[in-house]
Design a protein around this ligand. Sequence first.
Ligand code: NAD
Ligand code: IPM
Ligand code: MN
Length: 355
Amino acid sequence: MRYNIALLKGDGIGPEIVDSAVKVLEAIGNKFGHEFVFTPYLIGGIAIDTCGEPLPKETVEGCLASDSVLLGAVGGPKWDTLPGNIRPEKALLGIRAAMGLFTNLRPAKLYPALKGECPLRADIVENGFDIMIVRELTGGIYFGERGMREGKWGEEAYDTECYSRMEIERIAKVAFETARKRGKKVTSIDKANVLESSRLWRKIMHETAERYPDVEYSDMLVDNAAMQLVRNPAQFDVVVTSNMFGDILSDEASQITGSIGMLPSASLGETTRGLYEPIHGSAPDIAGQHKANPIATILSAAMMLLHSFGLAKESDAIVSAVDAVLNAGYRTADLSHGAAYLSTEEITAKILEQI
Ligand code: NAD
Ligand code: IPM
Ligand code: MN
């Protein structure tokens, strides 16, 4: 089969990690007889520098015409002082909305080989953990009404968290369906003790839970959830939460897998076309130093094969290759605690050897 993949390399380490994932996809194509055709488009800071806007029309059209999209990361100090509507990050929200990607799957799993890299006590992670964070991606405070105004104490700025029944119902359904295919347990994270939007969220989660009697359901307040994630991560199976809580909790979950450089993600909507990206950012502090861990992006490519193309065998081949490389003791800088490590290109070569 032939698959058209739009490549959004973006800024900082974005191009380095996307290049690694492309090499891995090409190796998979050769091994299993598929053709992956890659078309690059500009997004983020590089797009601002080249064409004056973070999300050019050609990029949106190219993504919508593709079979799926692979993204590196956007942003960096160079563009940090631009107004909110032309920042690199705005492009990310724009492409997620334009593609209708309301679901963001962020799997946080402890690879057995990385137990020693997990900052939690050995007895806590003895049996590992395997969490699927289902983050709502096109609603909430990221997309609510915002602005500046004169308030009681003069100049003030505001952002609003708003969730409709429709938005909560559709992400709830994804969470319960996902749980059915794995540990049959859903924890919904909210702040229903304070926020009206969370109270609607919780009410609809409860309604949905009644339709899935085979799935164990509970809710948890977000402050407690942040604590429980490091106290006992193995208690979680599927975690469903709002856009902003999901953003924050997934970075926390990533670190207990060893490094943020390990966590992939899949952003999905109603069609098979998705957007796949590591959960981390453009890491400007290490860009160009050959130190970036490409595994989160490589595993994102594996998620693309599975979720967009239905290529389970091919997807597993990538995951097994990563597993084998980690089991053999190879580490990138983020996982090496100052000991010897492989460069982005070297670890990619090790993964390619396994495919
Ligand atoms: P970050 O995730 O880029 O980096 C946080 C820390 O993790 C840094 O020390 C970085 O070196 C390290 N790190 C991240 N990915 C790594 C990898 N693959 N290998 C090794 N180390 C890695 O977060 P930040 O520093 O808060 O943000 C930097 C920029 O990225 C900002 O402009 C931010 O808006 C943007 N950002 C973009 C995305 C995205 O494009 N999806 C996500 C998060 C942040
Ligand atoms: C992420 C990022 C983005 C988000 C930013 C860069 C807009 O942090 O994908 O996790 O908050 O969704
Ligand atoms: Mn984030």
